[in-house]
Design a protein around this ligand. Sequence first.
Ligand SMILES: [Zn+2]
Length: 116
Amino acid sequence: MIGEVLLDQRVIAGIGNIYKCEALFAAGVDPRTPVAQLDSRALEAIYAAAHRLMAASVEGAAPMVGSPRRDHAVYGRTGKPCLRCGSSIACYSLGDPPRWTWSCPICQPATPLSRR
Ligand SMILES: [Zn+2]
C-alpha cells in the first residue's frame, strides 16, 4: 500500500507519518491503494506534494511537527469536516508496524483517479 511505501526509508527517506497523510490527501490518493494500481502520474503527484509540504515546513510557512495543528488537512482530524468537501475525516491503523492514518473518503477514493 502506498501509505506503507512512503514510510519505508529504503524507498524514500524523510517522509514521516504526517507528510504521508498530508501528501496523499493533496494528491487525492487513498493511503490503502496498492502501489501497483498507481500510474507514474499519480506517483509523481504524491512525491511533488510531499516535497512541496516538506519544503514549506522548512521555510516555516507550514510547520508540521508535533501535535495536530489547524493547518493539517487530515492528520489528527478524526471525524472533523474535510476542508475540501466537508466529509468526515477517517482514521485507521495502517501498515506494519501499524501507524495511525487519516484520509478523506471522498477526496481520496479507493479507486485511483487514473483508473476511473
Ligand atoms: Zn474531502
